[in-house]
Design a protein around this ligand. Structure first.
Ligand SMILES: Cc1cc2nc3c(=O)[nH]c(=O)nc-3n(C[C@H](O)[C@H](O)[C@H](O)COP(=O)(O)O)c2cc1C
Length: 187
């Protein structure tokens, strides 16, 4: 007698997806600011949790960036970006200044006038520029300057793999972690 083969069930029911969401929300993340510049020299800064080292030789890091983020557009134009690690002591203050999208049109439900606005998130944040033209924040715990080598579309995000060109630990202490930030990105 033949038995129907037991196929692994892909998560799909609302109950299973709830479990996935709860488990994903339990992941730990550090909080970073991705610095970028466009081909015409406009700068941007974006709050990001989804950053990780992905190779020793060469040293590569990956950042998952929303497909409609201004930051992704800028990195595609110049292949340059920086990863700034926020400090546990004063990172929250910086996170507040960069958490909103620079382009009003990215926020659903805005009036036509508000949607047309573009905010300079770096206006009140002290920073210098790396040789690759991207912002390095004075108050970061540390930073890494990168050259983008691969863009991998992954659902509603694109994984940008960057080669680490240069980096520095600027201050003693630890990174700001998402749990202490009090905002969630995941699930
Ligand atoms: C705690 C937190 C972590 C975030 N992490 C990421 C991330 O890893 N990748 C991402 O694309 N967006 C992330 N975001 C959302 C972006 O910061 C947000 O969409 C940003 O405004 C996009 O900026 P831009 O359009 O100016 O580039 C996060 C938001 C919060 C509140």
């Amino acid at each position: 007698m033949s038995h129907p083969q037991q196929m692994p069930q892909l998560p799909g029911s609302p109950r299973e997806l709830e479990g996935v969401e709860q488990a994903l929300l339990a992941l730990s993340y550090g909080v970073h600011v991705i610095g970028s510049r466009s081909s015409d020299g406009t700068l941007n800064a974006m709050l990001a949790d989804w950053v990780m080292q992905v190779s020793f030789k060469p040293r590569l890091i990956a950042v998952a960036i929303e497909n409609d983020a201004r930051t992704l557009r800028f990195i595609r134009e110049t292949n340059a970006f920086t990863v700034n690690l926020l400090h546990e002591r004063d990172g929250l203050e910086i996170a507040r200044k960069v958490v909103m999208p620079s382009e009003g049109s990215k926020v659903r439900g805005r009036s036509e006038e508000a949607a047309a606005q573009v905010v300079d998130k770096l206006a009140e944040i002290p920073y210098g520029l790396h040789q690759n033209g991207c912002p390095v924040l004075d108050q970061a715990l540390g930073w890494i300057a990168c050259q983008a080598e691969q863009f991998i579309t992954a659902g509603d995000h694109t994984i940008v793999v960057g080669r680490c060109l240069e980096g520095e630990r600027l201050r003693p202490g630890d990174m700001l972690i998402e749990r202490d930030l009090g905002w969630e990105y995941g699930g």
